[in-house]
Write a protein that binds this ligand. Structure first.
Ligand SMILES: NC(=O)c1ccc[n+]([C@@H]2O[C@H](COP(=O)([O-])OP(=O)(O)OC[C@H]3O[C@@H](n4cnc5c(N)ncnc54)[C@H](OP(=O)(O)O)[C@@H]3O)[C@@H](O)[C@H]2O)c1
Length: 242
């Protein structure tokens, strides 16, 4: 049985990914910062759950200890938990931000979850992943993390491109961490994926894709073959330009 942990899996893309991996026979741990939401999601899915706030090092360590005690290893880690890091005046996330909003503090907030959180989860779970004979990591990035996709000439490769400097920089950093880990750990299949613009709470449900469509590339990367690609930036349509 494949043992899988998905962070931020109590709803939206993480929840749909959990649903599909459970259907494929994985033992899925729904990572949720709110234990009650995690329990409910796990019960709905026929999954297990673990309390895990990616911004809380102690909670990540406790989650790793819990999974180690129960399973002895981890086969698949999906670093899915993420925040947009900015809201518009009406409090709706996922809207364009302005240059003047970019401060060390606004960057720190979004990096805390999307970069430092994902990195710390990977750090704490690496010993468990190295006990797997086919360790896989999926970092859930975004097309907005593509530097090549910034439309300097007015043309964007990402249909839903908007200026969101903090969020985009956090996903570009996550992409680089993925590439570096792929180099450092050749036995690991580690890829970074762009789910595409998906209707979830993340963007006030303005996304144009369903969660099934958005989760497709996450599931594909989570079930990648042992000799499959690593260190790639992928969408369901193929490689994304870095
Ligand atoms: N939706 C899109 O269009 C889109 C496009 C490209 C990339 N993405 C990426 O896809 C991932 C999932 O997005 P989504 O649309 O499913 O977002 P979402 O609906 O906002 O769900 C985010 C999930 O992450 C969890 N989370 C947030 N901060 C956390 C923390 N500190 N510790 C643990 N869990 C935390 C949330 O938990 P709570 O329920 O407790 O808040 C929730 O379960 C994100 O990394 C996002 O950047 C989304």
């Amino acid at each position: 049985m494949t043992i899988t942990l998905i962070t931020g899996a109590n709803k939206s893309l993480g929840f749909q990914t959990a649903r599909e991996l459970v259907a494929l026979g994985h033992i899925v741990y729904v990572g949720a910062r709110d234990q009650e939401k995690g329990r409910k999601a796990a019960a709905d899915l026929g999954a297990k759950t673990v309390q895990l706030d990616v911004t809380d090092a102690a909670s990540i360590r406790a989650a790793a200890e819990q999974i180690e005690a129960a399973e002895g290893r981890l086969d698949v880690l999906v670093n899915n938990a993420g925040i947009p890091g900015h809201v518009n005046a009406a409090g709706i996330p996922g809207h364009p931000s302005t240059a003047s909003e970019v401060t060390a503090e606004t960057l720190r907030t979004v990096f805390e979850t999307n970069v430092f959180g994902a990195a710390q989860v990977l750090h704490e779970f690496l010993p468990l992943l190295t006990k797997s004979d086919h360790p896989v990591v999926v970092n859930v990035s975004s097309g907005l993390g593509s530097i090549a996709g910034v439309p300097f000439d007015g043309e964007s490769a990402v249909q839903s491109w908007i200026p969101v400097p903090g969020y985009a920089a956090s996903k570009a950093a996550l992409n680089m961490l993925t590439a570096q880990f792929a180099y450092l750990l050749p036995d690991l299949r580690i890829n970074t994926v762009d789910p595409g613009f998906t209707a979830t709470d993340f963007n006030g449900h303005r996304g144009t894709q369903t969660v099934e469509e958005g989760a497709a590339i996450i599931v594909q990367a989570a079930t990648i073959a042992k000799d499959g690609p690593t260190g790639q930036y992928l969408s369901i349509h193929g490689p994304v330009a870095w």
